[in-house]
Write a protein that binds this ligand. Sequence first.
Ligand code: SF4
Length: 708
Amino acid sequence: MESVYSICGMCTVRCPIRATVLNGRIAGLEGNPHVPAMAGRLCPRGAAGKALVEDRERPRTPLIRKGARGEGKWRSVSWDEAFDYVAEKIQDVTDRHGARSVALSDRGGPFRDMHRALLRGIGSPNYCNHDASCARNVQHAGISVTGLGRKDLAYDYANARHVVLQTRNIFEAIDVQEVNTLMAAMNRGCRLSVIDIRASVSATRADDFFLIRPGTDYAFNLAVLNVLVNDRLYDKAYVDRYVQDMDLLERFIEPYTPEWAESETGIEGFRVRDFARRLADAAPRVIWHPGWMTARYRHSFYVSRTIYLINALLGAIGTKGGIPLVNKPGDVGRKGLKKFMDLYPAPKEKRADGVGWRYNHFEKGPGLTHLLYKAMETDDPYPVKAYIAYRHDPLMGFPEPDRLRQIFDRLDLLAAVTFSWSDTAWYADVVLPLSTYLERESIVACKNALRPYFFVRDRALPPSCDTRADWEIVGGLARRLGLGELDYDSIDEIRKFQLADTGVSVYDFAETGMVQLSDAPVYRDRENLSFKTPGKKIEVVSALLEKNNIPSLMPCEPVSRPPEGMFRLTFGRCAVHTQGHTVNNRLLHEQMPENTLWIHPSAAEKPGIASGDRVAVSQEGYTETLPAFVTDGIHPEAVFVIHGFGHRLPVESLARGKGLADNKFMKGGLDLWDPAGGAIAFQEHFVSVRKADPDLKEDHDMLRKETA
Ligand code: SF4
């Protein structure tokens, strides 16, 4: 029996874990017992990691396409041949169009340094990640108010007295440490309020649940600001010290009373007033979470922005029990990791997505992936001809997959680095299969936190197939592209490079899988906070936005109702699946094989839909079917599905034909994005719903096709 400290890879949270190995097999998985907030626990997906290793349907060798794109005809090849293929294509594209014509996108996270360095070494500025379909709005909102990104602030649940979740479903979009800490706080009396369009698990745990009309969160937040300001419920000393242009905010929110908001949101004004008073009572130990997956409506940026302003008025930003600033190694007197990215100069070329020159109010880092696709589609500002989708599945994660396929048809190279099949990998020219997270080691990563730490993922098992770790894949490509600095023989050598100046050795991870950089959580002095805005203050009027003709305080306009007979299509998470990555996992498939369509009884009554009936969901001639779940736990204007279902690949025998893929019902969605925050507005699409009828030829054929 052997214990290995590692990092879960079943979602992007990356919880610290301990794997127990017996006779070359995973005998147990648990939360790292040396991390108190893990409490030894994992979420259901983390516990199902063993089934990922045992999955024989995942890509098990490098593959090169031999039929047309998406046809599913592959040739198993050696790693040498696969690396040669990718490197030659990149070289060819670079020779003909310049290095800027190579792009790479990933799913973000702490293990990116080497593959980002590879792209930078090639000479391309076109790194993107999936955040345009996730948290870009909240990131940009945070920067516009405090100069700090969302990960520069911590959520101090352990010491909070009131937590508000809006666009954050903490008990289903799980981060185990957050969940454990929040539950402990609630057991000690911390209040939980949830604002959502449906009764999620988080809502069912809440002290106050506001079932809000879809798309009207901004109106709700303005009403809360109105009460906090007009009733002088805000933290005056904090505001006087840190908040700039309070007088402008006061004037702006004047018309947005709770009674005005009522007709928009459907939430009674007295409840908003009561809620604002409760927040003030708990201040400054309040966390109104600014959101995570905020790529929802046209103006979701302003929802997050008003959340930051509310937290500021309550004195919660930078405060223990609220939203304190995280610490980087330097903040606790330690040196950070050496970066592979720094081996190469930042490319001078403009980004293809326009971020940093056409759109100056967006952070350059991961850019905006949908605008990269636009550049691929139009050759404006220049052609992008080689694309590596690195653990990223835009064909499932972005709207209009058919249009995206046409865009990808313009590429000379589409390469997928992946541990599981995805629609994008299936459409690729070459698949470079990653080992599963239990079979691969990672570079060292740093978690900036109240108590920052370094951590590593060690492999519990050797790879059971002809798959490789990230560092081996990057190294193999780097060798052929003349970037020998990224080509290593062992993970220890890589870690030694990273740790060179830190005073930490590769052996220091053996005991617990991590190295703490401070003895205890470190809170900044609340009397001497400094923000990263030009004036070092919290900005009601953002200099950055104003300079780029984006209003800091945007007037609230009425949100249109769905067209007659249609519903706003909304989606979200559940605790047993991570988007589309896990739907073919045997253990998780058993828990939830298919998504269902949440629909309100008032909407289900006329067409005679009951829970369990198969319903046909349509938009502009496109239809898919799934079972209905009739519930008054959803707003009548919306229908809801769990995201990630609707797979159609023949290589996923469990997931194939099960459920509905929401991104196929977003006509025009690649062009529908929030101009202030940059993210896609996924929930601005409408569908019709009817009972599926197997006696109708059309429905009969469709049902047969879906389940074939
Ligand atoms: S939240 Fe669950 S799936 Fe995600 S990293 Fe943690 S244990 Fe793994």
